[in-house]
Every structure is written in C-alpha cells, then in structure tokens.
Ligand binder design. Structure first.
Ligand code: MLT
Length: 406
C-alpha cells in the first residue's frame, strides 16, 4: 500500500494566507456584515493598464481565428516574451540569452519548485521570509522537525533580519548550500544595496552555494542607485538564479505570469556550466506545459515602452498607499519600516504578533499579517500590505488610528 509524503506532517499548521482567511471567515460569522478592511495578503486591486488589456485582447483574438490560433507553445515561453524580458535586463547592462529565461505562471510556483533540481544540502533563509521557501523545503524532506520552543525547523539556517542590521542579514557562519534572498524583501519591505548583495555573491562563490533570488518586488525600488537584479553584482551569474513576476508590478496576480533566469554560467558541485539550466529545462518541460498564451501576450504588452510607463503608474499608486499606512502607524507612536511595498511595523509593547492580529481585527476591523507567520524573527512585528484601493487604505488607516486601543 502506498503511504503519504510524511514530510507534509512536519509542517506547522496550514499555509499562512489561507489560515488568515479562515480566521477572518470565523470573525465574520460572529460579526456578520462587518466591513473588514484587508491589508493582509499582497493582492492587487487596481485594473490592468490599457496597454496590457490590448495585449490580452490580442491574445484572445488570436485564438478566434484559424490563421492565428495556437495550442501548446514552447514550455519555456514565447520567444517574443523572452526576448522582451532579455531586452529589459539589457537596459540595466545585464546580458542574458533567451535560453536562460523560463516563463512561468508566477514567482510563487517557481520559488516553490526550484529546490527540486538540487540534491540534499543546507538551506538558508532570511528570517523573516516569504513562507514558500521554508514550507517547500520541509515538504521536500530537507529539514528536520519543527521545534516549538525556537519556532524553527531543524536543519534550516535562519538568518535574522532585524532593526539592528537594517533587515539585511550577515552571511551565515556555517556552510549553506541553497540560500534564499528576497529583495525588496517580503515581508519587511526593505531594499538591499549592491554591496549587501555582493556579500552573498562572494559567500556563494567561495562556498559553492546557489542563491535563489526572488525579485518579485523589484519594481518598487525607487532609488536608481539600488540594484533591481542580482545580476547587477559582478559574477552573480555564476551562483544565482533570479525569480521574477508580473504580479505586483503589472497587476497580474490573477492573470498569472512570471519568469526565472537560470544562467548557463551557474555551476554547482560536480557539474559543468549549462547543467543546472538544462535540469530546470527538463523539470519545466516535464511538469509544465507553458504559461497561458493569452497571459503571455499581456506580458509582451506590459514590457513595451507604453506598458512599462503605464505600469509605473500602478506601482506609484501602491507606493503612495504604503506611505499613507506608514504615516498612520507612525502617528500612533509606533515604529514602521519598509515601504517597498510592504509596511513592517513593530507591535505595541512587543505584543505577540498573532495577539496583535486579533486585536487589530476586533478593534479596528483591519486584517494584516502577523510577523511570526514569516519566521521567528518576525515575532513582535506585523505586516501591512498597500495593495488595496486608496479609499479602503484610507478607511483602514483611519480605523487603526481612531479605534485601536493602545
Ligand atoms: C504575500 O502577500 O506575501 C504575497 O502576495 C503572497 C504571494 O505572492 O503568494
């Protein structure tokens, strides 16, 4: 008789965002009709831009005509889209071959699946971090049990990100093999400098480690001096895979489109250049039939000059929402950090973050995300997402400012 994958049973509770949805559902059962204001999951709210809509419509129309109809495409993605992505990197002085770019249905599946092409090894994560990195490695059997005292999984290297280090960690003292970095960081909303990224590139090269670099929020970097891609650091192509997304920058959370870069120069223990790239190609061609061709037309349009300009408007809108949230939190005398795009606030008097979650919901009808949901160093912090409509953000901030009992 077949058994189950018992590593699933090591997971401490359900996946963070559905868990929050479940708790909010229960709150609504007890308080029917309450207008709950959602600053929890980073779910976009504003409509797609005209350029993207034109692209998506083109994608649909192509399917309506026998001359332009297409079924399966390349699993790696439309060549035109991969060229547009490569071109975009090129504007930042980064040269990529289209064969190094793999289009997908989003950064979440790529950041979940990428670990599957690597063997056993030590995982290192920023603490706090996007829960997908840890959970997928637990499921893959790379970790030990969850320790309820430390709130850590055994065999994971947690790299604390806190006020003292400006939410960017030091390289690990021990040997890590697979290192997850997210920049701008989810959940802290802080942005790393090129020198900070370089410390990890140097570490990875010295220790033959691979960096999984999640750049899903790169569009929210406003300072042109800060790197938007890890490949702005020399030699990063030798050690880093970059994952990216159209979700937050272009409003594709529901459309689903992303990409990963697996450089041919990247080598790991006992491999030749190109091997890791070919493994990801093998993985994707086996497990995935390519992103929707409609979504890809939207993506090509999003990366056109007009598309990029229009999407910048969306990004600016969410950035302004973030400023409104931060100002509101600070007006209460609480400390808030980040802004690219998430706001990472300290809970009042270091209150446990799940307790603050309940308090905020009960008193202000606002949903956020407890910092502890992102790792033990998230305890005492709370994430507020700026991806809602402006009027909802304003209502939520007003409700926090007037109703939260401090
Ligand atoms: C988040 O809120 O952290 C993200 O929106 C979740 C995701 O992208 O999967």
């Amino acid at each position: 008789m077949v058994g189950i994958n018992e590593d699933y049973d090591k997971l401490e509770g359900g996946y963070l965002f559905p868990e929050i949805g479940r708790i909010v559902g229960k709150f609504l059962e007890r308080n029917p009709g309450t207008n709950v204001l959602k600053l929890g999951i980073g779910n976009t709210s504003e409509p797609l831009t005209p350029a993207v809509i034109e692209g998506l419509e083109r994608g649909v129309k192509n399917l309506a005509d026998v001359k332009t109809y297409r079924g399966y495409g390349d699993e790696q993605g439309e060549k035109r889209l991969r060229e547009a992505i490569a071109n975009n990197y090129n504007h930042r002085g980064i040269e990529l071959d289209v064969s190094e770019i793999f289009v997908s249905d989003g950064a979440k599946p790529d950041s979940a699946n990428i670990q599957s092409i690597f063997g056993a090894g030590n995982i290192a994560v920023q603490d706090p971090s996007y829960p997908v990195y840890v959970d997928t490695n637990v499921i893959a059997g790379r970790t030990g049990k969850f320790n309820k005292v430390t709130s850590q999984y055994e065999d994971i290297i947690y790299m604390p990100c806190n006020v003292e280090n400006n939410f960017f960690p030091d390289v690990p003292e021990e040997k890590a093999d697979l290192i997850y970095l997210c920049n701008p960081n989810n959940p802290t909303g802080t942005v790393a400098t090129k020198n900070q990224l370089k410390t990890f590139v140097d570490y990875a090269i010295e220790n033959e480690a691979v960096i999984i670099y999640d750049a899903a929020y790169q569009a929210f970097i406003t300072d042109p001096k800060l790197p938007r891609s890890i490949y702005e650091v020399p030699e990063a192509k030798d050690c880093a895979i970059e994952i990216n997304s159209f979700s937050k920058s272009h409003g594709f959370t529901g459309v689903r489109l992303g990409w990963s870069v697996v450089p041919k120069d990247l080598v790991v223990e006992n491999t030749e250049p190109g091997k890791v790239n070919s493994l990801w190609n093998r993985r994707q061609t086996t497990f995935f039939n390519g992103a929707s061709n409609i979504a890809q037309e939207g993506g090509i349009a999003a990366l056109s000059e007009k598309g990029l300009k229009e999407s910048q408007g969306l990004v600016n809108y969410y950035l302004r929402n973030g400023e409104i949230i931060k100002e509101g939190v600070e007006s209460l005398g609480l400390k808030a950090y980040g802004g690219a795009p998430y706001i990472w606030m300290e809970t009042p008097d270091k209150m446990p973050s799940w307790e603050f979650f309940d308090k905020l919901l009960e008193e202000s009808y606002v949903v956020g995300t407890p910092g502890a949901g992102f790792g033990p160093s998230g305890e005492g912090f709370f994430r507020l997402s700026p991806h809602g409509h402006r009027e909802d953000i304003e209502k939520a901030v007003e409700s926090i400012v007037y109703n939260l009992k401090l």
